[in-house]
Each structure stands twice: as structure tokens, then as C-alpha cells.
Design a binder for this molecule. Structure first.
Ligand SMILES: [Zn+2]
Length: 245
């Protein structure tokens, strides 16, 4: 039997990053953040924001926002803008909080040996991310499926994985691939399929100004890549509109 779950309200919004922070502190690790992108094929010098430096980086961000407001010809001292640098810094911290989360902490204790070997699909996982080219939002839905080799993961964890990778500076293609590879890594299933449909504000509000355009990306691993029937089943389940609600 195929399991299909539709997640229209992504309620994982309050996922705390404290566990990951705690681990970093306990181990005295200043390693590169998990899953950080590479630069020219090499690891980047990006460092996790430790507790000690977070106040400092918050102030630096607030200064940067003030500079930006001045550069736009605005007056950062006028009433409506007084608290804007602080608000923007806090919003950016939240919108990139996926950097301080790790896959291990995220799926911790939620892998079950169910002997289930049929497709599990969670559709319509709402996602909000920031494109790394313009730092403008892109938003849409992810559909995530895998075919287990006995082991399954709690369904909500699939949404959490999407959320962790979304809350970083991203390109949609990489986000899609990272979600698929993360599931492959934690479950070693027979295959993983991820489709992301998103609308990019950098396309809608500026540039080509084409509101209503959607970008669709997919990543297929294992049996979804090798077996066209399995892939077709997944795609038809994604296309099918459920009439339950
Ligand atoms: Zn962009």
C-alpha cells in the first residue's frame, strides 16, 4: 500500500535550533555548518554563529541595514524606520536558522523499523526560502517520496527536513537535491523523489517581472531514477488532486 500524506499547513514553524547549538557548545566544535555549500568544489570558510558572536553579528547586521536605508535615501531616524534594523536582523536570523540545525539532531529517534517497503509520499509541504542571488523570497511546495528498505522516518520529519534546508540562502535546484540526499543519508531507502514547485520574487517583482510563473525542480535517487514506472507512479500521485477536504 502506498502512503500519501498531504501537508498543507506546515506547522513546523517553531523548530528550535537550540539542540544543535548545545551540541556545538558541548563539543567545543567550531566546524563548518552541516551541509554548507561549497565554493569552487572546496568547503567554504563559513563559520557557525556561536552564542558569543551572535550579539556581535546582530549589531553588525543592524548597522548594515541602517547603511542600506541611508543608501536608499531614507532617514533611518524617522519613526517608522527606527526599529527596522533590529527587525530585519531578527527576521534574517530566523529565515536562515536552518544553518544551525543538523540532520542528525532533526531525525533523532524518529526512525522506525516497520518492515514497510511501499512508497511513502508527503505532498504539499509549504516552503519559504531566500534566493542566494538576491536574498529575496521564493516560496512554494515540496512533494517528498521515498520507498523504504524496512526503515521509515516519522512523516513530520520529512517536512522538517524541507524546512531546515529552506531556511538558508538557496537556489531551488540545490534545495531540491539536498532534501533528496538527506533522506537518502538517514534512511538508506530504495529510492527518493523530490519535486519542488516555487515562485521566485526576484522574477515576479524585478527582472523579467513575470508574476505567476512557477519553477519546478526534481531530484530522483535510486529506484525513482532507474525505474520509469516507479517515477511515473510518483508523478501521477503528485499531480492527483485529493478531494478529501
Ligand atoms: Zn533571485
Amino acid at each position: 500500500m502506498t502512503t500519501v500524506s498531504s501537508n498543507t499547513n506546515n506547522n513546523g514553524a517553531n523548530l528550535s535550533s537550540s539542540t544543535a547549538d548545545l551540541d556545538l557548545r558541548q563539543n567545543g566544535v567550531t566546524a563548518i555548518r552541516p551541509d554548507r555549500s561549497t565554493a569552487y568544489g572546496e568547503s567554504t570558510n563559513a563559520k557557525p554563529v556561536s552564542d558569543e558572536s551572535s550579539d556581535e553579528s546582530q549589531l553588525a547586521m543592524m548597522d548594515a541595514v541602517r547603511t542600506m536605508l541611508l543608501s536608499l535615501g531614507e532617514d533611518p531616524e524617522r519613526e517608522g524606520l527606527l526599529k527596522t534594523p533590529k527587525r530585519v536582523a531578527e527576521a534574517m536570523r530566523f529565515l536562515t536558522s536552518g544553518y544551525s540545525q543538523s540532520l542528525d539532531d532533526l531525525v533523532n529517534n524518529a526512525i522506525f523499523d516497520e518492515g514497510h517497503n511501499e512508497m511513502v509520499l508527503v505532498r504539499d509541504i509549504t516552503l519559504f526560502s531566500l534566493c542566494e542571488h538576491h536574498m529575496l523570497p521564493f516560496m512554494g511546495r515540496a512533494h517528498v517520496a521515498y520507498i523504504p528498505k524496512q526503515r521509515v522516518v516519522g512523516l513530520s520529519k520529512l517536512a522538517r527536513i524541507v524546512e531546515m534546508y529552506s531556511r538558508r540562502l538557496q537556489v531551488q535546484e540545490r534545495l531540491t537535491r539536498q532534501v533528496a540526499e538527506a533522506i537518502q543519508e538517514v534512511l538508506d531507502p530504495q529510492g527518493v523523489a523530490v519535486v519542488v514547485e516555487a515562485s521566485h520574487m526576484c522574477m515576479s517583482m524585478r527582472g523579467v517581472q513575470k508574476p505567476g510563473s512557477w519553477t519546478v525542480t526534481s531530484a530522483m535517487i535510486g529506484c525513482f531514477q532507474e525505474d520509469s514506472k516507479t517515477r511515473e507512479e510518483f508523478l501521477s500521485l503528485v499531480r492527483h488532486q485529493p478531494s478529501l477536504f
